[in-house]
Design a protein around this ligand. Structure first.
Ligand SMILES: NC(=O)c1ccc[n+]([C@@H]2O[C@H](COP(=O)([O-])OP(=O)(O)OC[C@H]3O[C@@H](n4cnc5c(N)ncnc54)[C@H](OP(=O)(O)O)[C@@H]3O)[C@@H](O)[C@H]2O)c1
Length: 367
């Protein structure tokens, strides 16, 4: 990716450049210039923004790459940003400037944040300005790449299990995409919560799922409905479905009485990382059918989850849950799988890798 002059229309909406402040300092960030494939990602250079009232400026040490970033780039993420925008939902870094009216956060603090504050999405950057109340202090001594894995993937997995499905020890869990970013987090947390765990994955991910103590089910060659219904007691108590479409409808069919299916993703809407109109239609048809199943008798429920919606409704839950996860990381109870650390300038390659599939764990951009 080449770096270049930034057109005025693509300037970062958070913060503002201070024209009076001595020599011009610049920073680099990635911009999705238009809707499309990984080739729309460009590296641009512009003036370092000054934090506005209530904001802090964070010098990014690690930025997560997640499947939602690909959906936003392809323009299929509901309510997602319009280009040009900087992708990336999660960052860890050090506060290097504090805006007026900020209390409780100081220069030099290491913090983590979900950078999903429309119109700002941008974690793929050397610096980002964020609302001070959205950042969470990170204890010393933790690897920024491990910590950034907690912000989106582990908080999502934790809240899916604890706050939506409300799992109980001894229950049986099915995680779709169990070798991926959110999937590996759910498998690790499921073990701590005392769950019997099954995970769909491709052949490439089977080893990872087994190493995490789960039973892998190959989504390409095996019928997960038949396999799980054949278990003693027939079926599962909880399904986490970040795939969507026909998978959602079939997942409902493996629920036992009292079971919960939580829909949280659109993985199936991209083919080789690119949008597919046919898959998008199947996704909405499958999701609607699954949600309508709530009208059926049988005590099974279909729930939905989106991290930013829950964070905005319950900012205290987000902080508390990320705090619990930081403690678990510090105690060695969880160990995020880092698939690769990639230089910021190679964000395009990170998107190509995630779109191709077969990535186990989380891809991290290092500015
Ligand atoms: N609701 C929220 O707040 C929230 C938050 C974070 C993520 N998400 C969503 O969660 C999903 C997963 O995100 P991620 O970053 O963890 O993605 P990821 O790392 O790409 O993981 C997805 C996994 O799903 C596997 N997979 C693909 N098709 C499958 C199928 N038909 N059945 C079972 N598994 C399949 C993939 O395997 P291969 O790569 O081997 O093909 C991959 O390992 C995405 O839809 C994302 O948008 C939602």
């Amino acid at each position: 990716m080449e770096s270049g002059e930034v057109p005025a229309s693509t300037r970062h909406p958070a913060g503002h450049a201070d024209a009076t402040a001595g020599p011009v300092r610049t920073y680099r960030r990635v911009v999705a210039a238009r809707v499309g494939g990984p080739e729309v990602l460009e590296l641009i250079e512009e003036r370092v923004p000054e934090p506005l009232i209530g904001e802090v400026r964070v010098r990014v040490e690690a930025a997560g790459v997640g499947f939602p970033d690909l959906l936003m780039r392809e323009g299929t993420y509901p309510g997602g940003p319009r280009p040009p925008f900087t992708p990336g939902c999660d960052v860890v870094g050090v506060v290097d400037a504090v805006g007026p009216g900020v209390a409780g956060v100081r220069r030099g603090d290491r913090v983590a944040a979900l950078t999903y504050h429309p119109p700002v999405f941008g974690g793929y950057a050397e610096v980002v300005c964020l609302p001070a109340e959205s950042v969470v202090a990170v204890p010393a001594g933790l690897d920024p790449a491990a910590v950034v894995s907690l912000v989106l993937n582990y908080v999502t997995a934790y809240q899916l299990l604890r706050r939506r499905a409300r799992v109980r020890r001894g229950e049986r869990l099915l995680v779709h995409g169990a070798a991926g970013g959110v999937g590996t987090a759910a498998m690790q947390l499921g073990r701590l919560f005392g769950l019997e765990r099954y995970g769909t994955c491709s052949a490439a991910g089977a080893r990872v799922v087994a190493d995490l103590g789960g039973t892998p089910i190959d989504f390409r060659t095996e019928d997960f409905v038949r396999r799980l219904r054949a278990l003693p007691g027939g079926g599962v108590d909880v399904v986490l479905d970040g795939i969507g479409g026909p998978v959602s409808v079939r997942s409902y069919r493996v629920l036992r009485r009292g079971g919960r299916l939580v829909l949280f993703g659109h993985r199936s809407t991209l083919v080789d990382g690119r949008r597919s109109a046919r898959r998008l239609a199947a996704f909405y048809a499958g999701g609607a059918t699954a949600v309508l199943a709530n009208l059926l008798p049988g005590g099974r429920r279909v729930l939905t989850y989106r991290i930013a919606i829950l964070r905005d409704r319950h900012p205290d839950w987000f902080r508390a849950d990320l705090g619990v996860l930081l403690d678990l990381l510090a105690q060695g109870e969880i160990a995020p799988l880092i698939a690769e650390r990639i230089p910021l300038a190679e964000a395009r390659r990170a998107h190509e890798r995630l779109g191709e599939g077969g990535v186990t764990g989380k891809l991290i951009l290092i500015p």
